[in-house]
Design a protein around this ligand. Structure first.
Ligand code: TXA
Ligand code: MG
Length: 341
């Protein structure tokens, strides 16, 4: 990369330039890569100095650990100190795919990755570009490729808007499929615990390994004195500049509340079927299409800012299936601001 007055020239690469991206990673640089969930900011997971650049580019607190991405199940042996049977069952069933498993770490993991914890989060993405990049470089540490606190990027345009001039390169891999980040489960404790809902649902996890606890922070704000099992839970997250407010109640009450409490700068994150009821609508998808809501959520939150809205009303999603992930993200985007209508 070329440095001009402290600002980096960020290369825009295509999926045919993965060799070049792999060279950048091997030389200690940072590249944004597409995954099936959201875009990630990739660096060599075994190079602490390279990983530190990710934190700088995102403005991420150093006590929030990163996920290590692999492209071959055999890489796991050098990264963890234990690979329990339940982890093997989940890996066999859901990898490659949007599931991250937290396990006791090996000594090879730099402190920058694990942020002082005794565990490491491992994910095997299914996106072909991520897969090839990891295979051609090294296990890759990658958080979502947004500025810390902002909605995660699901298109190359989102990545450019947050990261242009801050990292070495961006690989354009088109739009991300799932749209919300991977499910995070810890198997480092006695009882498996869901730390973050995502593309693989709680129901799917329980069908494979039985009991899975849901960490209280998934659906609630952490109370003072409560420790964050996953440090990312304690930070402000997914927030557009616009204020987001969730409305819980019937469709009629939703509509009436908005009519009585909106102005030109208020947008409504609504379903396809009801879009004609709201002038400033941002459509999340058809009412019953939870996968579409996950796919569109972060794009919709960014769209609210791009269109200059200062307030966004949204439905409270049903916390089931992938709806649990949508609920978890939008609740944080709304800073837990829910009104019963
Ligand atoms: O889909 C995804 O997971 C995306 C793509 C790029 O792979 N990555 C992603 O990374 O969402 P990030 O850093 O934005 O979110 C990772 C979450 C954070 O909340 C972090 O605190 C948690 O996982 N985490 C990472 N390592 C952990 C560990 N050892 N124990 C508990 N939580 C951990
Ligand atoms: Mg993130």
């Amino acid at each position: 990369c070329i440095k001009r007055s402290g600002i980096m020239k960020t290369l825009l690469l295509s999926k045919n330039d993965i060799d070049k991206a792999a060279e950048i990673i091997k030389n200690g640089g940072v590249v944004a890569m597409p995954t099936e969930t959201v875009y990630g900011l990739a660096a060599d997971a075994l190079n602490g100095e390279a990983v530190a650049k990710i934190f700088k580019a995102k403005g991420r607190p150093m006590d929030n650990p990163l996920i290590v991405h692999i492209s071959d199940i055999r890489q796991i042996d050098m990264l963890v100190s234990e690979f329990p049977d339940k982890a093997k069952i989940l890996a066999e069933k859901f990898w490659p795919g949007p599931l991250t498993i937290v396990l006791p770490k090996s000594n090879i993991i730099p402190n920058e990755v694990s942020a002082g914890l005794s565990t490491v989060a491992i994910r095997f993405p299914s996106h072909p570009v991520a897969h090839e990049l990891i295979a051609k470089s090294s296990p890759i540490a990658a958080p979502s490729a947004n500025l810390s606190g902002s909605p995660s990027p699901t298109t190359v345009r989102h990545v450019l808007s947050d990261m242009d001039g801050r990292i070495d390169a961006i690989i354009d891999g088109g739009d991300c499929d799932v749209g919300v980040e991977s499910t995070v489960i810890t198997l480092a404790d006695e009882i498996p615990t869901l730390l973050r809902p995502g593309g693989i649902t709680l129901e799917q996890l329980r069908a494979e390994i039985g009991e899975v606890k849901v960490h209280p922070a998934v659906l609630k704000s952490l109370e003072n004195g409560m420790t964050a099992a996953s440090p990312g839970m304690k930070y402000k997250h997914y927030s557009p500049k616009a204020k987001v407010i969730l409305l819980r109640g019937s469709e009629q009450a939703f509509c009436e509340y908005i009519k009585a409490n909106s102005d030109d700068k208020t947008a409504v994150l609504c379903y396809e079927e009801e879009k004609n009821s709201f002038k400033n609508n941002i459509v999340l998808g058809k009412k019953d299409d939870d996968a579409a809501h996950a796919h569109r959520l972060f794009t919709c939150l960014r769209e609210a800012d791009e269109k200059g809205y200062t307030c966004v009303y949204a439905h409270c999603p049903k916390p089931e299936g992938i709806g649990l992930a949508v609920y978890n993200r939008i609740l944080r985007a709304a800073a837990f601001n829910v009104i019963d209508v």
